[in-house]
Design a protein around this ligand. Structure first.
Ligand SMILES: Cc1ncc(C[n+]2csc(CCOP(=O)(O)OP(=O)(O)O)c2C)c(N)n1
Length: 965
């Protein structure tokens, strides 16, 4: 027996073989057919062999051991296409000596190890980098010599039972040929990290049997060339006609365009009807024109400095490489609606937004299989590796509340981020490592080979449709110019850019290849270039006269909605008939007969039922549930997501009831009417930006559902600041995209310390402008109810920021009567004095405030029996109710006006509201001309960490507010 054989059987593999054999003895069917055959073939000798395996005293101790045989490396029915034929194997081994059989088994086993190594690490020797800058040294595990194969072993048949799509047996030469082509060509595949055997087997079969290569037809190849000609031609043309203008060109990554086209085309064949795309700056103009079919003329007009929006449209607009677009594209007679989401500069921030949109579209189509709507996210390599939102979005991909059935990620990996090289941009070997958190397959591909790019795009689309999971294409390419076209890359990467300068363009490389293979002639390529040039020249000529004549908003799902009307006309029809309120209220308190409620919850429900029946003392959570329930009964879907939102952070909501005997769930809001819309409440994963972005996206595709995101505590929303700044507050102004998202932000000073007190109201007020959204601080359940219903019962949509309560959830005075939800009621922007005080002329001070501090002031004023200080609540801070406030303040001609807040002076509403109160007072002719501040002094942290200090501070500010003079 040869030394290697001995080492294989008796080295680290021995326990494995022994274990297999034990299994075989117990039940021959318990081992794969190949091993069964092998053990059978050993016949009489098997006990001797196994005895030796178990521990011949002379067995070398791990010498030249290449690792234990892993069951993964063995052919199973799933990972080979030729059914194992035990009889054939037995025949092959028949009449062989023990030594022969053992040699055959040894060959087979080490070959499987070799094959497995290629499946795992073949990508490390793939030819991925067009510039040849990334050079992986030969990998030991990919060298047959590591497995004991020598020069003489290459042409001997080895039993491999159909693995790799080869026959029952193949020579090492054949095996290596297939492995090198499949795993080390222009495509490198990472998929062995996937634990699902079906997914893994599918990829294996999809690539191995065809050596990871599609044989395109002549027409197919010409079509790919045309896409590349157009992609390159447009960038070149822009470079010449608009010298130095930023366009974040695709030059070097042109294969993106045929790749995306392939995804759409193959997607269409596999049932996709709607595609939502998110992408960064790089190649965006090319995508807009060649994928979204925006006209060259419109693009050139923007390059000439004209707006993309019709003249009468308001708003800031945005730079051309952030704009969105949509189009109906036709592929083989199938129409696919494709929309490119507008996005901010902030890389990867658009990801969750796109996912949310896709989810909304699936819900609209009733696409439970998630086979009709697909998201494509494009990325830069540096951003994909660096931005946390990538991981947050990936993490959403298989969660019930956020699943969209898989996203195709396409990375334009130009191996640089601005001036930063991969060595400084990431710690992992590839920019794609993060995708492994969801076990996504990763297809690395050389961007200089457009056919390989189209090939992997097709596989990615098929995988997505088959398994409804994310998959990543990592297209290695380069960036021909600087980060933008006026940037000098030689300052920082001289070597790389010398290499690039001498490197043929993607078109030159591909056209050259097709010419050499006789698919096109040089003259035809010249003709393609010339035809494009004529088109571009014509479009440029027309650009001077181009006028965008319509903005594509308020179409499709948004049809029927209008531009927001003036200040006074915004109440909406939010009141609900009392019987309806009671019917919904009763449903909230009911569970199926057999349902075993938690006893405390049962008691709470009893109390809730009482408040509904008596129409008194309706608390916050009930007010909210009535808003949800009445909307649902009226056919408006309601979607709420946030951390622990089902129960509610403060154990107040209990929208999902849990059977104490079996964990079964019951959601009363889904049983409020015979025919009703769906209530979806989702306990979100522990991230803010990803989930908030998702809900913003959902809401921007579905104006007819009440969509809410809830922060655990309001200040945690600052982890999602990019979504707030870049999308929610400014999306309508930048991109003409209305949005009705609601943000629920628990806020209030209750002695819980710096991090649980403030929802940073000041941030939202500072961002308020141009009628962009609404910021409210409701202090009654009924007003909250109306604020929520108002979102859906008006002809326009604006985001709603709500400071929601914590202690007020259980405050005896923070309650409403049922009548306050009933006929004749609506949202109140300002709540006037409620108590019987002295005559208005005798009122010496009016305290204006918002939120929880009102209840502290009210209680103390009652306690002190003060009757010359009035208290009014400003329930909506933005848009500011100037007129209403003026009317109310003019009732108190002799009063000074105080703004009282519990937040420090540099926070809360003060900076925002002082000038507004002043303006409201300016034309009233009353004594007060501007407000006096009463609240905590300015402070670096929002609140004290000491509960005792908090109580003292709070008592002090209430005292000052109620002390005249
Ligand atoms: C969140 C964020 N940080 C910084 C930037 C500034 N910036 C714009 S592009 C860029 C480089 C991006 O590199 P990569 O993702 O590889 O894309 P490429 O430009 O190379 O296509 C940087 C740092 C940004 N736009 N967004």
């Amino acid at each position: 027996m040869r030394a290697e054989q001995t080492s294989f059987l008796f080295g680290a593999n021995a326990p494995f073989i022994e274990e297999l054999y034990a299994r075989y003895l117990g039940d021959p069917n318990a081992v794969d057919v190949e091993w069964r055959t092998f053990f059978e073939a050993l016949g009489e000798q098997r006990s001797d062999v196994l005895a030796e395996v178990r521990g011949a005293s002379w067995a070398p101790n791990g010498a030249h051991v290449i690792g234990a045989v892993d069951p993964e490396s063995l052919p199973t029915p799933a990972n080979r296409n030729v059914k194992g034929n035990g009889a054939a194997v037995a025949a092959a081994l028949a009449g062989k000596t023990e030594a022969d059989i053992r040699a055959a088994a040894y060959d087979t086993s080490r070959t499987f190890l070799l094959i497995r190594s290629y499946r795992i690490r073949g990508h490390l020797e793939a030819d991925l980098d067009p510039l040849g800058l990334v050079k992986h040294p030969p990998h030991r595990e990919l060298d047959p010599a590591t497995y004991g194969f020598g020069d003489g072993d290459w042409d001997r048949p080895i039993l491999i039972f159909g693995t790799l799509g080869l026959g029952e047996s193949a020579t090492l030469r054949q095996i290596m040929g297939r492995l090198r082509k499949t795993y080390c060509g222009k495509i490198g595949v990472e998929y062995m990290h996937i634990s699902d055997p079906d997914q893994k087997a599918w990829i294996q079969e999809r690539i191995e049997h065809i050596e990871n290569h599609t044989e395109f037809t002549v027409e197919g190849r010409r079509a790919i060339l045309e896409r590349v000609v157009e992609a390159e031609g447009l960038e070149r043309y822009l470079g010449v006609k608009f010298v130095g203008t930023k366009r974040f060109g695709l030059d070097g990554g042109e294969s993106l365009i045929p790749g995306i086209e392939q995804i759409l085309k193959r997607g269409g064949q596999l049932g996709i009807r709607d595609v939502v795309i998110g992408m960064p700056h790089r190649g965006r103009l090319n995508t807009l024109v060649h994928v979204l079919h925006k006209s060259y003329t419109a693009l050139f007009s923007e390059f000439q400095g004209r707006s993309s929006l019709p003249e009468e449209m308001r708003g800031s607009g945005d730079v051309k490489y952030h704009l969105g677009a949509s189009a109906d594209r036709e592929f083989d007679g199938t129409t696919i609606h494709v929309s490119l989401s507008p996005n901010p500069s902030h890389l990867e921030a658009v990801n969750p937004v796109v996912l949310g949109k896709a989810r909304a579209k699936e819900d609209q189509r009733g696409d439970a299989e998630r086979s009709q709507v697909m998201a494509i996210l494009m990325h830069g390599d540096a951003a994909f590796a660096g931005q946390g939102l990538v991981a947050e979005s990936l993490d959403l991909s298989d969660l019930e509340g956020y699943r969209i059935g898989g996203t195709i990620h396409f990375i334009v990996n130009n191996q640089i981020g601005f001036t930063t090289l991969p060595t400084a941009a990431r710690s992992g070997p590839y920019c794609t490592e993060v995708a492994k958190i969801v076990q996504a397959p990763i297809l690395h591909v050389n961007g200089d080979d457009p056919e390989a790019v189209v090939h992997v795009s097709r596989i990615a689309t098929e995988f997505r449709q088959r398994f409804k999971r994310d998959i990543v294409i990592d297209m290695f390419c380069y960036r021909r110019h600087g980060h933008n076209e006026s940037d000098e890359p030689m300052f920082t990467q001289p070597m790389m850019y010398k290499e690039i300068a001498g490197h043929k363009t993607v078109k030159e490389v591909y056209a050259g290849r097709l010419e050499a293979e006789g698919v096109v002639t040089a003259a035809e390529v010249t003709q393609m270039d010339a035809a494009l040039r004529v088109k571009l020249d014509k479009a440029l000529e027309a650009a001077g006269q181009y006028k965008p004549n319509k903005a594509d908003w308020l179409e499709g799902r948004w049809a029927g909605l209008t531009v927001a009307p003036g200040e006074e006309d915004r109440k909406g029809a939010t009141a609900v008939e009392l019987e309806q309120l009671q019917a919904v209220g009763r449903a909230l308190c009911e569970v199926p007969k057999s349902f075993e409620l938690n006893r405390k919850i049962a008691r709470q429900l009893q109390e809730k039922r009482k408040t509904i029946e008596t129409g008194k003392d309706i608390d916050w959570a009930t007010g909210e549930a009535l808003a949800f329930g009445t909307l649902l009964a009226e056919g408006t879907p309601v979607r709420l997501s946030g951390q622990d939102s089902g129960r509610g952070t403060f154990s107040q909501r209990h929208s999902v009831l849990v059977d104490q005997t079996n964990d079964a769930k019951y959601i009363p809001l889904n049983h409020v009417a015979e025919i009703q819309a769906r209530f979806e409440v989702i306990d979100s994963p522990l991230n803010e930006a990803g989930v908030l972005g998702f809900e913003y996206g959902y809401s921007s595709a579905e104006p007819n559902a009440l969509v809410m995101w809830e922060a655990q505590f309001g200040d945690f929303a600052n982890g999602a600041q990019v979504i707030i700044d870049q999308f929610i507050s400014s999306g309508e102004s930048k991109w003409l995209r209305m949005n009705g998202l609601v943000m629920l932000l628990p806020h209030g000073y209750e002695g819980q310390g710096p991090e649980h007190s403030s929802a940073r109201l000041e941030r939202y007020l500072q961002l308020s402008g141009e009628d962009n959204w609404q910021v409210v601080v409701p202090t009654t359940p009924a007003n909250y109810f109306h604020a929520l219903r108002r979102q859906m019962r008006r002809s326009f949509r604006k985001p709603l920021i709500v400071m929601t309560p914590k202690s007020l959830l259980r405050h005896k005075d923070c309650v409403s009567t049922l009548a306050e939800f009933g006929p004749g009621t609506s949202f109140r922007r300002l709540l006037a004095e409620t108590d019987q005080l002295a005559d208005a002329a005798k009122i010496r001070r009016v305290i204006l405030c918002s939120g929880k501090v009102y209840f502290d002031l009210l209680a103390e004023r009652r306690k002190r029996k003060i009757d010359d200080i009035a208290i009014m609540r400003i329930e909506q801070l933005y848009p500011f109710p100037f007129t209403r406030l003026g009317v109310r303040l003019s009732q108190y001609p002799n009063a000074e006006v105080v703004w009282c807040q519990e937040e420090p002076e540099n926070m809360g509403a003060w900076f925002f509201i002082d000038r507004r109160i002043e303006r409201a007072l300016s034309s009233l002719g009353v004594k007060a001309t501007r407000p006096i501040y009463i609240g905590r002094p300015d402070s670096a942290s929002p609140a004290t960490g000491s509960a005792r200090t908090h109580v003292k501070e709070q008592a002090d500010l209430v005292d000052r507010a109620l002390t005249l003079g």
